[in-house]
Design a protein around this ligand. Structure first.
Ligand code: 13P
Ligand code: SF4
Length: 334
């Protein structure tokens, strides 16, 4: 007999002290089951405030880890511990290499203030926390960089070069990318924000040709993109913002206003109304976000009911302690 996953998930949610959380990029059928949804910052804040002892997080690994770091007493399970491709581009040793790169070029370690995008492993966040640095998300990067600059130190921004460069441009700061192809060598003495060379392969899919295509077809169209897109794309767009900020931007437009959106397919497709388009000729799907299925969510909830929890997020005490410092420094900034 086949299982009615939706009905079973509803039953398990009622029976257990559990909160189901989902990021906007999740498949629709999984997203619809969630008690809490939002962008990365909202998910972190709301999970911290939530009272249930169990969290089942439908998203990518760093998101579940962040909940465990800010609320270590909670039991955090993930239907799939799928790792964000960008987060995989840096680990502790690559972080150390970036610090050393700056030190070798004349910046003392005490004069470096690291900021990590939340799309990074807890071990990287811990290294950042130990050096007095911050986590940021796409919705608060401006404020966090501003805060970092108050220290008078050089900002080392990891792992997303696009986010780092986009906010540096917005703030009138000089930036460079360590090891970027086709650019002059990154001189940390000459820049305010020194970026690691990571990126999101999904957001790299949006091109200036895609924007030209839509602007030619509909001259009055608005273009709205996520700041993980290349600076060329953000410069050519009308708006850039986090997933929640993109949703609000589109909701506030006149219903007759055409808009093409440059972010992950599941979110854009959910927003897609008469005048809303996907800003790409290829489907911008995040493979890891799409790994989680309704059956995985059911299996995870059932494992709690059966007393044999699966896919639990476990992080060692040292990492929790220092990653917590970097995350809490971010959460303290309103
Ligand atoms: P948001 O914080 O804007 O939801 O972004 C998360 C993400 O992974 C974007 O690719
Ligand atoms: Fe990571 Fe990109 Fe997927 Fe976001 S869309 S989770 S940055 S791979």
């Amino acid at each position: 007999m086949s299982i009615d996953f939706k009905a079973e998930i509803e039953r398990l949610k009622k029976a257990l002290d559990v909160t189901v959380v989902a990021h906007y990029y999740q498949r629709d059928e999984v997203f619809e089951m969630a008690d809490i949804t939002g962008d990365s910052l909202e998910l972190a804040r709301r999970c911290k405030a939530d009272k249930n002892p169990w969290v089942v997080f439908c998203g990518v690994g760093f998101m579940g880890q962040s909940v465990k770091v800010i609320a270590p007493e909670k039991r955090v399970l993930m239907p799939k511990i799928a790792c964000c491709a960008m987060a995989r581009m840096i680990d502790g040793s690559y972080f150390d290499d970036s610090v050393n790169y700056m030190v070798e070029r004349g910046i003392a370690k005490e004069d470096i203030l690291p900021i990590t995008y939340i799309n990074s492993d807890a071990t990287v966040k811990a290294k950042v926390g130990e050096m007095g640095g911050y986590v940021c998300t796409s919705s608060n990067a401006f404020k966090i960089i501003e805060k970092g600059l108050e220290t008078g130190k050089k900002i080392l921004f990891v792992p997303d070069r696009c986010l780092g460069q986009n906010f540096a441009i917005q703030m009138g700061l000089k930036s460079c990318v360590i090891g970027a192809e086709g650019q002059e060598e990154c001189d940390p003495k000459e820049a305010d924000v020194i970026c690691f060379n990571g990126f999101c392969s999904v957001h790299q899919l949006f091109t200036v040709d895609d924007i030209a295509f839509y602007r030619n077809k509909y001259p009055d169209i608005k273009i709205a993109v996520h700041p993980e897109c290349d600076p060329k794309i953000v410069a050519a767009a009308d708006f850039s913002g986090s997933t929640s900020q993109l949703i609000k931007y589109v909701a506030d437009l006149d219903p007759e206003q055409k808009v093409a959106i440059g972010t992950e397919y599941n979110l854009v497709n959910r927003m897609r109304q008469k005048n809303t388009y996907v800003l790409s000729s290829t489907k911008p799907e995040c493979p890891t976000m799409n790994e989680t299925t309704l059956e995985d969510l059911y299996n995870t909830l059932k494992s709690i009911e059966d007393g044999k929890p699966i896919n639990e997020i476990e992080i060692d005490d040292h990492t929790v302690k220092y990653a917590n410092l970097a995350l809490e420094r971010m959460l303290a900034i309103k």
